[in-house]
Design a protein around this ligand. Structure first.
Ligand SMILES: Cc1cc2nc3c(=O)[nH]c(=O)nc-3n(C[C@H](O)[C@H](O)[C@H](O)COP(=O)(O)OP(=O)(O)OC[C@H]3O[C@@H](n4cnc5c(N)ncnc54)[C@H](O)[C@@H]3O)c2cc1C
Length: 531
């Protein structure tokens, strides 16, 4: 990041510098939120006009990519059928509610016991405002959305190695970091250190902006007082009548702040995919998959586990097992096939495609992630800590606590996302039993909220490498891998086209699944019309 700062600083570069100073936090969020995407660029579903002459399409998988494909192709006059391994639509678009049962690889079965209305989103939990593809289908399917709170200034940032392990309020660290950076830059400007780079006139503007941006006092200092307290909050807030005088709060010392490493977490809401506004479906993310499934009633064949995919010059033949009724393997045929089975699973299924597409499927590995939902008897984070939605970040393996963004002030129980792990921590979580994952999440969470143990009620967890139908969280592309295999993965191979988040440049987002499907059907349609 520092390499990007050139020696001569223009006014434009000045703002780049500020960006660079906040860059590590942004980078942290980018890594931890799976968000390494470009702009979605949604232009609406393609118009598939023309006579398709009764062409048939077999779609494999009823995740969002599969159902988007089926919905649009059916609308264009194709005869479509989806084969789906599970007994429900949605794929990774999924919520676990009380009464649900989930069995993972390794044989552990969880009987989810959350109260009515409470849930865990094991996979997707937020939709950025610019993911207009998935938002389009939410509107179309009448899925009500509510705000997802990404940045809560009153939630915590926490490090076991700083401040004796005591969590700090996000707003304290954020305001203090910004304040000190502004003060240092103001000092440099006033000491004429930037004379060569910024004109005298611009320095005046810069100083004004730094005072405002960093909550500096009239001497361009960031210190205890009204200016800083108006940003980071007061020790005791202004009140009414005779007890109205506020007490300003003491900023954290610069050295303590820098050494704490907590600045890593304050860029959390700055990434393109995590800037407000974000949304979540009312009642859980799985509401989108459910609504799509209802719309496609009769099109989806559930409990159909695909085990073989063949094509020749005339069509596609897919072998599948009915996992509910058993019996001999069955076959389905069609003119064309859109396969949305995750590459991690597809690489284990015999498929007649050319060597380039096969190599692309086989070379894409899937990232690790695990989530744990913890139901508490009381919403103590609201009642005791004034935290309404949003996220607390920690340097512990559970990585964060996600507070429910619904049901505020309702009293009663609530479900916290007690762990959302990535990388090595996710592998460690995946190696544990569901009960042990809950235990670990309680241990880590209790270091932030001492109420944890006393108020814990019940929990559920999903480790994505143990999910039989994805064997991982999402396609883990590197630049080199993409350069080598991405185009081959997305190309139409004879009569077979792949779609899904893994066939997009927005991996690990539902938007990627939707846009990949729309692009796949557009190209397939062109091919069909070409005859
Ligand atoms: C932990 C986590 C967090 C995420 N966070 C977000 C987020 O906040 N926001 C967001 O927008 N996205 C998020 N995502 C990404 C999002 O979930 C995916 O990008 C999207 O749901 C993928 O859709 P898909 O249709 O490509 O694949 P899937 O949803 O995986 O659909 C594939 C379907 O194929 C089926 N299948 C598999 N094998 C077979 C077989 N042999 N035979 C028949 N069918 C088969 C599966 O059962 C499944 O239904 C997250 C994902 C994870 C795992």
């Amino acid at each position: 990041m520092a390499d990007e700062i050139r020696p001569v600083m223009s006014r434009r570069d000045m703002f780049s510098l500020i960006g660079a100073l906040a860059g590590s936090a942004v980078m942290y969020e980018a890594m931890s939120s799976l968000a390494y995407a470009g702009e979605a660029g949604y232009a609406g579903p393609p118009k598939l006009s023309g006579d398709v002459k009764g062409a048939t399409v077999l779609i494999l998988g009823s995740g969002l990519a599969g159902m988007t494909s089926a919905y649009e192709l059916r609308k264009a006059g194709y005869k479509v059928k989806i084969l789906e391994y599970q007994d429900r639509p949605g794929g990774r678009n999924w919520s676990l509610h009380g009464g649900d049962t989930y069995t993972e690889l390794g044989g552990f079965t969880q009987h989810v016991a959350f109260d009515k209305g409470l849930y865990l989103n094991p996979g997707p939990w937020r939709i950025p405002y610019h993911h207009q593809g998935i938002l389009h289908y939410c509107k179309l399917l009448n899925v009500p959305l509510e705000p997802f709170v990404q940045s809560n200034y009153n939630a915590y940032v926490h490090s076991t190695k700083a401040f004796g392990g005591k969590p700090q309020r996000f707003r304290h660290v954020q305001a203090d970091y910004q304040g000190y950076v502004a003060e240092l830059l103001a000092k440099s400007t006033r000491q004429t250190a930037l004379d060569q780079a910024v004109t005298k006139e611009d320095q005046e503007i810069l100083l004004q902006s730094l005072r405002s941006w960093g909550a500096l006092d009239k001497n361009y200092e960031y210190k205890l007082g009204e200016a800083s307290s108006e940003r980071r909050g007061y020790e005791s807030d202004p009140g009414g009548g005779l007890t109205s005088v506020p007490t300003p709060s003491q900023p954290i010392g610069l050295q303590d702040l820098l050494h704490s490493g907590l600045w890593r977490s304050i860029g959390a809401g700055s990434g393109y995919e995590t800037q407000q506004s974000l949304f979540q479906p009312v009642g859980g993310m799985g509401a989108i998959g459910k609504a799509f499934g209802a719309e496609l009633k009769g099109v989806i064949q559930y409990n159909a586990k695909v085990t073989d995919i063949r094509q020749d010059a005339h069509g596609v033949t897919v072998t599948y097992h009915d996992t509910k009724t058993g019996g001999a393997p069955r076959q389905a045929t069609a003119d064309w096939c859109i396969c949305t089975i995750p590459a991690s699973v597809l690489s284990q299924i015999p498929i007649t495609v050319g060597a380039p597409m096969k190599a692309a499927i086989d070379n894409l590995s899937y990232g690790a992630s695990a989530k744990v939902g913890l139901q508490f008897k009381r919403r103590f984070w609201e009642e005791d800590d004034n935290i309404y939605g949003g996220i607390t970040y920690t340097d512990q393996p559970n990585s964060l606590l996600g507070y429910p963004n619904h049901g505020y002030f309702g009293g009663g129980k609530g479900v916290i996302l007690g762990a959302y792990t990535f990388g090595p921590a996710a592998y460690a979580f995946s190696s544990l039993s569901p009960q042990e994952r809950i235990e670990k999440s309680l241990e880590y969470g209790a270091n932030i909220h001492p109420q944890y143990r006393r108020e814990f009620d019940t929990g559920a967890s999903v480790a994505w490498h143990r999910v039989p139908w994805t064997l991982g969280c999402a396609g883990s592309w590197t630049e080199a891998l993409r350069a080598r295999h991405y185009d081959d993965l997305c190309a139409l191979d004879g009569r077979i086209m792949l779609a899904g988040e893994h066939a997009s440049r927005i991996p690990a987002w539902q938007e990627g699944a939707v846009l990949s499907a729309l692009d796949a059907i557009r190209r397939l349609h062109q091919r069909v019309l070409a005859g």
